[in-house]
Write a protein that binds this ligand. Sequence first.
Ligand SMILES: CC(C)(COP(=O)(O)OP(=O)(O)OC[C@H]1O[C@@H](n2cnc3c(N)ncnc32)[C@H](O)[C@@H]1OP(=O)(O)O)[C@@H](O)C(=O)NCCC(=O)NCCS
Length: 169
Amino acid sequence: MKSKTAKETLAISTKVVLPHETNTLGKLFGGALLAWMDEIAAVSAHRHSKRVVVTASINNVSFGEPIDLGAIVTLEAKVSRAYTSSMEVMIDVFVEDRLTGEKKQVNEAIYTFVAVDQNGGPIHVPELVPETEQEKKRYQAALRRRQLSLVLAGKMKPSEATELKSIFS
Ligand SMILES: CC(C)(COP(=O)(O)OP(=O)(O)OC[C@H]1O[C@@H](n2cnc3c(N)ncnc32)[C@H](O)[C@@H]1OP(=O)(O)O)[C@@H](O)C(=O)NCCC(=O)NCCS
C-alpha cells in the first residue's frame, strides 16, 4: 500500500456562525463545533485511506476561546499518524478578523478514525509520512496519545503503555 504525506490528507472547511448554532450569549455551541470538526476530520481520514471511516474516539478538545455569532471560522484537518486501520487526525480551528482578515487559532482537537469495510470491520490503511517540523512533532507525540486513548477505553493495559510510562518515569 503506497504511503501518503500528511499534506495529501489536508481538508479545509470555512463556516459562518449562524443564530441557531449559538447559546443565549451569542457564542457558538461546543456541540456544533464538535460536529464541524468531526465532519472535516472524516474528510481528511478519507483522503488518507480512500475508505469509509468511522469516529473511534475524540481524544482531546480544548475550547480555548468563545466564538461569536457571525464569526468566520476555518477548520483545517490533517492526519497526524496512521497505524494498522486507525488514523489520528488533528484539527486546528481559526477565526478570521473581519477587518484585517488575519486568522487567529482558537481551538484544537484530536480525533481517531478507523477505516472499515462493508461489514464495518477494520481494514488496513497506508502509512503516513510527516514532512514539516510540525507534522513530525505531531507524528512523534501521537503514539502516547493513542496509548492514553486505548488505556482509557479499556483496550490496553496500563502496563503495556510503554510510551506513557516513559513520560512519568
Ligand atoms: C471503531 C471500531 C470500528 C473499532 O472496531 P473494533 O472491532 O473495536 O476493532 P479493534 O479493537 O480491533 O480496533 C480497530 C482499531 O481501532 C483502534 N481503536 C479502537 N478504539 C479506539 C479508541 N478508543 N481510541 C483510539 N483508537 C481506537 C484500535 O487501536 C485499532 O487500531 P489499529 O488497527 O490501527 O491498531 C468499532 O468500535 C466501531 O464501529 N465503533 C463505532 C463507530 C461509530 O459509529 N462512530 C460514530 C460514533 S456515533
